[in-house]
Write a new protein. Structure first.
Length: 291
């Protein structure tokens, strides 16, 4: 899984990001089911991901280890800030609103890729991104129209989290050059952990769940969502332009919307389905432009 010229094709990286985005669609569901507050839940998500990440990182070849830890540590801190803000947003607004607003990341990340990495954005790509962004707006509007709109505080936290997620992806794109994804995930997760510790202490949340089910939810968030979903995204981001990988991440709100409907009764009307279809169409146009 290290970065090299003989590795999987860009289509493999696209599939990894899309699958990772679908997997992390379970993150807001896990938070809703957690017996702990949003910050403590983020803390345990990182903790339960670490054992597996240590094992995987130990299997990485020596040449896949970073020469400098600075960029990966910075990326991890940004991800920790993103996740804690997003978790806080999910307690103040709907699953869909928090996921959608925090996924305004592609606009910010594309700008960062252009400014710092000199990654150009074609007109065809811009069209696909605009279609996906329009779909995101339609999907969110349909929820507000149904009386499920979130509060101002939750929406603001979600938007602010997008800034840190964009920074995470841009810095990770740089820090992952020549670094095995397993090592990168271990370093960034270790760097994220203190952010969650500080946030949990600051909010005074309880640290331990009360039941076995509560522990299982936290383990699932750590192993499936973080190690699995974020690991796939980290792998794909290392092989794709920032703008492309982040637009593909718009698969996440579609998955989150479906799961929110099934588990929490946050029903989707015809307009919501139109929005979801536009998001997927925009992702398809962007990927077609990439070929």
């Amino acid at each position: 899984m290290s970065e090299n010229k003989t590795g999987p094709s860009p289509m493999g990286a696209v599939a990894a990001v899309a699958l990772g985005a679908a997997v992390i669609g379970f993150a807001p569901i896990g938070l809703r089911l957690s017996e702990l507050g949003p910050m403590a839940t983020a803390f345990w998500r990182f903790v339960f991901a670490l054992p597996g990440l240590f094992v995987l990182a130990a299997m990485a070849p020596r040449e896949g280890r970073p020469q400098k830890l600075g960029p990966l540590v910075a990326a991890g801190v940004c991800f920790g800030l993103d996740l804690t803000l997003w978790h806080a947003a999910l307690t103040h607004t709907t699953v869909l609103n928090a996921t959608m607003l925090s996924n305004m990341t592609p606009v910010l990340a594309a700008a960062g890729g252009w400014l710092f990495l000199r990654e150009r954005v074609s007109w065809g790509f811009a069209l696909g991104a605009a279609i996906a962004l329009g779909g995101a707006a339609v999907l969110t509007t349909s929820r507000i129209g149904a009386g499920a709109g979130g509060g101002v505080t939750g929406d603001a936290l979600a938007l602010f989290s997008a800034v840190w997620y964009a920074a995470y992806l841009v810095i990770l794109r740089v820090g992952r050059r020549g670094v095995d994804v397993r090592v990168a995930m271990l370093v960034t997760t270790l760097a994220s952990l203190p952010v969650a510790v500080i946030a949990t202490l600051a909010t005074g949340e309880a640290w331990l769940p009360h039941t076995a089910q509560g522990w299982l939810v936290l383990i699932g968030l750590g192993v499936i969502v973080h190690m699995g979903g974020q690991g796939l995204i980290a792998y794909g981001v290392g092989r794709l332009p920032i703008a492309l990988s982040t637009v593909i991440l718009w698969v996440q709100p579609v998955a989150a919307a479906a799961l929110g409907w099934v588990l929490f009764g946050e029903a989707l009307g015809p307009l919501a389905f139109v929005g979801a279809a536009l998001i997927l169409a925009g992702v398809w146009v962007v990927q077609r432009e990439r070929r």
